[in-house]
Design a protein around this ligand. Structure first.
Ligand SMILES: [Fe+2]
Ligand SMILES: [Fe+2]
Length: 207
């Protein structure tokens, strides 16, 4: 199922839509925690602090949107409150592990430097994805005249991508070459995630 079409089906059903918002919230929170974990205890920059703060805000904002459907839904990140929970939990974790393996080979880094490189490249890939995902989602929300809105997230994600590119430029001259490899890894994992959600949603609609 095409992504656009999948989202159209998700927003038709309140409880599925709530789970989708909660799944995005979970991802944003995992991303925020990942950024914080990659911070150097002393040399962390203002950009990194801003980035972590905004990803945490996205997690909170998406969680709050669930209340517009039903405040009793998806109060935690328990598996039954997420779409495709196994694939959802796997996505960022696998991306991180695979990216670190690649970066270690490509750059031969110390432990602290590898953490920073992983922050740069993994977050870059996630920002590229976010810049694709949220506008499609917002388009559907607008078309459905939904009370739910992700416009403020879109704006910040665009800023993040720009900031990541600036930081990558400082990190390495040929970052784009390596970033393309990470994007390839991300693309496969993202497809697995979408496939798992598609499967779950089609079962729900069938029942
Ligand atoms: Fe975000
Ligand atoms: Fe972001």
């Amino acid at each position: 199922m095409e992504f656009h079409h999948l989202l159209e089906r998700i927003v038709q059903d309140g409880s599925t839509h709530a789970k989708w918002l909660n799944t995005l919230s979970f991802m944003e929170n995992a991303g925020a925690r990942k950024i914080s974990k990659c911070e150097h205890p002393i040399l962390v920059t203002q950009i990194q602090l801003k980035h972590a703060a905004e990803e945490h805000r996205h997690a909170y904002y998406l969680k709050k949107q669930i209340g517009k459907i039903d405040p009793e839904l998806c109060k935690t990140y328990e598996s039954r409150e997420l779409l495709a929970p196994v694939a959802t939990r796997q996505y960022l974790h696998s991306l991180d592990i695979k990216a670190c393996r690649y970066l270690q080979k490509a750059f031969q880094l110390t432990k602290e430097d590898l953490k920073y490189a992983a922050y740069l490249f993994v977050t870059y890939a996630i920002e590229v994805r976010a810049d694709e995902l949220y506008p499609v989602y917002q388009e559907i929300l607008t078309k459905e005249s939904s009370k739910i809105m992700v416009k403020s997230i879109i704006l910040e994600e665009e800023g993040h991508l720009e900031e990541m590119i600036n930081q990558l430029n400082e990190f390495s001259e040929d970052w784009q070459l390596h970033a393309d490899k990470i994007l390839e890894i991300e693309k496969e994992l993202h497809q697995q995630w979408i496939n798992a959600i598609t499967e779950e949603v089609s079962q729900l609609n069938y029942a």
